[in-house]
Design a protein around this ligand. Structure first.
Ligand code: GUN
Ligand code: FE
Length: 447
């Protein structure tokens, strides 16, 4: 048998999740990545005798100890974060326009900035910065909304591809109830979405996939929704939209579809709710809507930072998890002002604690569970549960190397801190300063 030559081995502490309520903290590990396909070859932990272990690995692998082994020292390695819902153009506004609820916020801040993406120079500047910012924060996979413009949406896909991030990218569709300066005809929306999907698929980068993106039910005509459902089926693509984020929005959808049983049923009615669908927010759902989502095997992107900022509400994550619905985390930049999933993890915990305030029986999300949602949960929502999310052998290596001791870093480690304490400090106090390296499919990203 030929020995595998291209191999990178990480030596040190590996942290990931296999189950929702438990984080595996694996000191003294060797994690091998196949340099040809970016997949994980082996993960061996709690090793006492590294020399002996390497000798035994040399039976299968050609290892150059000086070149192929990355000694993590007191850094540790975790899976890359998965942001299951972010609006790339809105990054321009992140940290501003935080004073209005959803529908007024869309009119006053969001549609105006998105309409500027007809200008490709403007788009290039914002899109380069948002992709860089996400990567710096250890986010290796993002489900991006672009804008309704075809050229700028293609540009976003190009930039993501060049930077080496993994992403789903959607040209936004909206042919009604939108301002005159930011709306498209039904025919253009379909034609441009088709061209967008075909272009991304033809580019042949397996890391960058198209996603069919009706903005939300109020901004798409029945004809557009019908055709988008057909297109997604024909091309076998993922689908993303917004669902039940805000009570005024829910009432609006009820007035638009008085004969359908619920907001969730509207997407179902147009064949837009299936096992490849990601619905952002999904806060104000009835039990029958949660059942419908489960039955259709769709996933939910929980965006608590956005939900707090736009005063949308607090998703009952426990109820969603107990219903067996796939759940991941999303920044929802710029409804959510912060581009980091670390920030969203903390807001997910706080949002869940809110349900505990007046209900002693309620089991709020633990930090271990929130970390799982940010990694494995996100992979399930994206249909990538066999590809990323943790370091099981055979998955692709999407990872971040975390340095808890970085100079001038955001927190301090004390002698009594266990590895678990240090990891938890990173989750609660850490930020992009602690992210020293990022890998996507085994490739090191230039940060
Ligand atoms: N619903 C429709 N469009 C949007 C958007 O851009 N952001 C959020 N948070 N909700 C939406
Ligand atoms: Fe959103």
């Amino acid at each position: 048998m030929m020995k595998l030559e291209k191999l990178k081995i990480f030596k040190g502490t590996v942290i990931h999740s296999l189950k929702i309520d438990h984080v595996e903290i694996l000191p003294n590990s060797l994690l091998g990545v196949n340099g040809n396909n970016g997949k994980i070859e082996f993960l061996k932990s709690n090793i006492n005798d590294f020399e002996g272990e390497l000798l035994s690995l040399e039976k299968d692998y050609q290892i150059d100890k000086n070149q192929d082994i990355v000694d993590l020292g007191n850094k540790f390695i975790i899976p890359g974060f998965i942001d299951t819902h972010a609006h790339a153009p809105q990054y321009h506004n992140a940290g501003t326009g935080t004073d209005l609820p959803l529908l007024k916020w869309l009119e006053k801040y969001t549609f105006p900035v998105e309409s500027r993406f007809k200008d490709l120079e403007f788009a290039k500047n914002v899109y380069s910065k948002v992709v860089d910012r996400m990567l710096k924060n250890g986010t290796t996979t993002v489900c991006y909304y672009a804008t309704l413009h075809l050229p700028a949406s293609k540009l976003l896909a190009d930039i993501v591809g060049q930077r080496g991030q993994r992403a789903f990218i959607g040209k936004v569709c909206m042919d009604r109830h939108s301002p005159d300066h930011y709306v498209e005809s039904t025919a253009d929306s379909i034609k441009d979405t088709r061209e967008f999907v075909d272009t991304i698929l033809a580019a042949g980068n397996p890391l960058v996939q198209p996603i069919v993106t009706p903005r939300f039910a109020p901004s798409c005509t029945d004809e557009l929704m019908t055709q988008l459902g057909q297109l997604a089926q024909e091309k076998n693509t993922m689908i993303q939209s917004h669902l039940s984020e805000n009570l005024d929005e829910v009432a609006w959808v009820k007035s638009l579809y008085p004969t359908l049983p619920s907001y969730t049923h509207v997407y179902k009615h147009f064949n837009l709710l299936n096992n490849k669908t990601i619905m952002a927010h999904a806060i104000h759902l009835s039990d029958s809507e949660i059942s419908l989502i489960k039955q259709c095997e769709a996933g939910i992107s929980h965006c608590p930072t956005s939900n707090f900022t736009l005063s949308s509400g607090c998703l009952d994550t426990r109820k969603i998890l107990e219903a067996g619905v796939k759940l991941g985390l999303g920044t929802d930049v710029s409804g959510g002002f912060h581009p980091s999933i670390l920030y969203v993890i903390k807001d997910a915990i706080k949002s869940s604690n809110h349900h505990h305030f007046n209900n002693a029986q309620y089991k709020p999300l633990s930090f271990e569970e929130a970390f799982y949602l940010a990694t494995v949960g996100g992979s399930q929502v994206c249909g990538l549960q066999d590809t990323i999310g943790n370091f099981l052998v055979g998955k692709e290596f999407d990872a971040q190397i975390i340095d808890p001791y970085v100079a001038n870093g955001p927190f301090d480690v004390f002698e009594a801190d266990s590895l678990k304490d240090i990891f938890q400090k990173f989750i609660f106090l850490g930020d992009d300063r602690n992210v020293s390296d990022v890998y996507v499919k085994g490739n090191k990203i230039d940060l």
